[in-house]
Design a protein around this ligand. Sequence first.
Ligand code: ADP
Ligand code: TRP
Length: 334
Amino acid sequence: MFEDKKVLTGVKPTGTPHLGNYLGAIKPAIAMGKNAKEHYMFIADYHAINAEKNPEILSEKLKEIACVYLAGGLDPNKSVFYRQSDIPEIPEITTILYAYTPKGFMNKAHAYKAAVDKNRAAGKPDDDGINMGLYTYPTLMAADILAYDTDIVPVGKDQIQHVEIARDIAGIINAHYNKQLLVLPDYAVDEHVAVVPGIDGRKMSKSYGNVIPLFEDDKAIKKAIFSIKTDSRPMEEPKDPEEILVYQIYKSIATPEQLQEMGDGLRQGKLGYGHIKNMLLDAVINEIKDAREKYNYYMAHFDEVEGMLENGAAKARPVAQATLKRLKDAVFGR
Ligand code: ADP
Ligand code: TRP
C-alpha cells in the first residue's frame, strides 16, 4: 500500500505495553513499516518528559518499548530505528517551526484542551500543572515528522489533528518562501484495527487497570484472563457470543476457524466460561510466546539494543541535518 512512500511511526515511551497496544498499534505499525519504501520508527522520549520526571522510570519505559518493537518483529536493518533525543536537529527545527506556528493551533490541540477540561472539571485553574512542553507538543511532533520528508504517518484517531497541524505548518512555510522546502505529510488510520476490550468490558487501557499483560509469564496472563467478567448462566444455556466478553477479546486474536468454534460452542450451550477462557489463554500465549522470548532476551542484553538505536540515529541524523540546512538557508537568507 505504501511501497513508494516514506512512512514514519512515533511512539511515546509511557506505560508498559499491554495486549491491546500490541494488537492495536505495535503489530500494525511494524507490518505497515515492512511494506513502505522507507520506514522511520522512533521513540518519542522528548514528548515523554512533559509528563514523567523520574529518570529511572523514563529509562525503564524506553527500554521496554524498544524491546517490545524488536520482539514484535521490527527489523532495525530495514527500519530506521532511533531515539528522538539522539537527534539534536529536532529541537532546532522545532525552534524554527515556532516562528511559523500560529498560537491558535496550540490552543485548539486536543492534548492541551483535554488537560484544561480536566482542570475545569476538578475546579482548578485552567493551566494548573500544564507545562510548555505539553502546550507546544504539536510543534515538536511536526518537527519529528517534517525533519524526514515523511509522506505518511500511521496514527490512531486521536493523533490525526497533530498530523494535520504538521501539514499546516509545512504549508505555511512553503507558501511564505514560495518553495517546496518541506514535504506535506498525510496521516493513515487503519480502520480495520479493532479496539481490544479489557477484562471489565471497557477499552483495554492502562488508565483503567483492566489490561491483559503482554510479555509477563503464563501465570500472570492466566490470572488476567480468568478475571474477565462473566455472568452466572449455566453452560447448557445457549448464548449469543456477541454478548460474551471473552469472545469479544478472542475476536482480536483468533483465526476465523477458532472464532467459529467458540461461537458455535456458545450458541449450542456446549462451552462453559472456563472452557472459553482457556481457549483465549491458549491463543494469547500462542500469539506472544516467541516474541516474549525475544523480549526477555533484549531486556537482558540491552547493550545490543542500545547499539541498534545508535546506528539508527546515525542514519536518521543526516536526513534531519539536510532539512535543517534547507530551512536555515531559507529563513536566514544564507
Ligand atoms: P492506553 O489506553 O493503555 O493508555 P495508549 O493511549 O498509550 O494506551 O495507546 C498507545 C497505542 O495503543 C495507541 O496507538 C492506541 O490507539 C493503541 N491502543 C491502546 N489501547 C488499545 C486497545 N484497547 N485496542 C487497540 N488499540 C489500543
Ligand atoms: N504524539 C504521539 C502519541 O502520543 C507520539 C508521537 C510523537 C508521534 N511524535 C510523533 C507519532 C510523530 C507520529 C509521528 O502517540
